[in-house]
Design a protein around this ligand. Sequence first.
Ligand SMILES: Nc1ncnc2c1ncn2[C@@H]1O[C@H](COP(=O)(O)OP(=O)(O)OP(=O)(O)O)[C@@H](O)[C@H]1O
Ligand SMILES: [Mg+2]
Length: 470
Amino acid sequence: MRRSLANRLALVFFVIVLGAMAIVYLGVVPTLESSLVQDRSRRLQHAAERYTPPIVDAIDSSAPVSQVDAEVRQAADQARARVTLLGVNRGSFGAQPFVKSDSNAGADIGDLQFPAATEAIQTGRVASATESTRDGRVLQAAIPLFFADADSGRRVLGSVVVYTAPLEDVEANVELIRNRIVVAGLLALAAAVLAGLLVAQAHGRRVRRLEDVARRVARGDFSARFPVDRDDELGRLAAALDAMQRQLAELDSSRRRFIATASHELRTPIFSLGGFLELLEDEDLDEVDRARFLAQVREQAARLGKLATDLLDLSRLDAGAVRLRTEPTDLGALAQRVAGEFAPTLATHDSRLELRIPGDPVSAVCDPERVAQILRILIDNVLTHTASGTDAVIAASRRDGRARVAVTDFGGGIPRGDAGRVFEPFYTSDGARGSGLGLAIAHELAEVMGGELRVESSPGRTTFALEIPA
Ligand SMILES: Nc1ncnc2c1ncn2[C@@H]1O[C@H](COP(=O)(O)OP(=O)(O)OP(=O)(O)O)[C@@H](O)[C@H]1O
Ligand SMILES: [Mg+2]
């Protein structure tokens, strides 16, 4: 369960969304509060600068306290803030603010420290600050008011007007946004996990289908097909597996065919041997018949022996278990040697084998024993599959950096259309004479050496040419 693709994908989705939410949360919430407070503070300062002049006028014109109070209240109404007019006491402890007028007259303001006012007094400039009170945090903007001192003629700071506005709504907004982000994040997380599970499950189902078919194929059921449902990675994987399965099926059927034919080929000489042995057991047999039967027994035993060797050769080649002993070889001299081996058989076949080799050696790097084996198979075929008296030519040459040995005969040729099949194991066009393994072995040997064996045949002329890298 823990290892399933679906769970892992859902977990990945979960982690990604969680990470994204954390980035949004940490990136937005802390700066959101400070920028909202800054914005409020700017607006409060604007309002303060705008609504303070009437208060300044009242003070400058030495208006009665009640009028100053009225101006303070009016400014508070317009700025929608609490407005406090503070006087400044200059004692031995420095400048100390004291309340002269407050728009919330009667309300207790004992807990307010007016840090903005202190700053404005110190700097002589508009200042703003936040302050914590019993009813929550508040924002303050302080405007210093100056008057010209009659004696010295200097500008002296006489009082400070402080605008105080609650920060409750800012905090409420921040709280609201924080909650929204958390709720949206949780919803997104749930959606991501669900989507991850669904997507992964859909893919998991497709993978399981491939797995099921693969198991059936592994059990030997080659009729099972991999479903190629879409043109994506999994679809392409299924197509590749399907192609592999077809090839496996083909290999399997050719293997079965091979075994069936091989057993059949082996059975024929064994039965015939048994038959002759029974005949030989007959005590009344005369010497002539006995000699004839013994000759048959020898022939069948030789055939069986050759068949066994050929089958072994072919299976070694198929398994890639053939070791080559490559060395620089003169193909002309090799062809001459092999042709020499066939002199007695050629004589009984009443054929002439002409050698055409150039003056210079036809050198190639190959395994001379394997090349000789191929040439023997080819010459043997000339002797087996052409009428007696058919001549042949064996020629060695070099062309385009490749060495070539070709065996040409002037016999009846391979039936039209069958030339492509002569290299298949057990293929014979004239049934009775061989088991059809010679050319299959020769073809595989040529490939193992990095070369090629090709056939060209027409009635009256058949050429098998071996080409190997020089
Ligand atoms: N030179 C040739 N002329 C005509 N037919 C040929 C020639 N060489 C091969 N063939 C055809 O190709 C078939 C396959 O040859 P291959 O050498 O593989 O088998 P084979 O000679 O029948 O048996 P063996 O395994 O004993 O060699 C032959 O049965 C024959 O019909
Ligand atoms: Mg042959």
